[in-house]
Design a protein around this ligand. Sequence first.
Ligand code: FES
Length: 150
Amino acid sequence: MRPLWSHITRQIRQVEVVPNEPEAGMLFLDNIGVNGHGSQNGSQLVIGGWVKGPAAADVSAERPYCLQTAVAPILILRHENRFFAYKNECAHMAMPLDGGLLDAESAILTCPWHGFRYDITSGECLTAPQAQLEPYPVRIQGGHVWVRPG
Ligand code: FES
């Protein structure tokens, strides 16, 4: 049986270069995650929109972890054996929160810039109750933290 594309390749006899067209480039399907087997974005594994993060054991309940992704830097936080992911951006002035103080007992993160405090289990801002951290889906699989930005 002939492959489906053999019909097409027999019909292409000439390629015309059109003036002012951008040069053809090559795009590897692995890089855009369309092959269903995941892709590497730099050193990150991405499968179905989920980005593989650190080993769960490497995320401390006393220190925020910042995962750089193509979409946004994501803050990964741990309280006991639960994990939470938020955009690494304070609701006050959008400064990064990964240098903040995380209290393992109370699950409260304090912004290092001006002291806004957050309940990491809900993302609720305790300093300005109308403010909220932007959450991302998070799960643990194969011993790693996975987040789905965007
Ligand atoms: S930027 Fe976080 S409290 Fe101001």
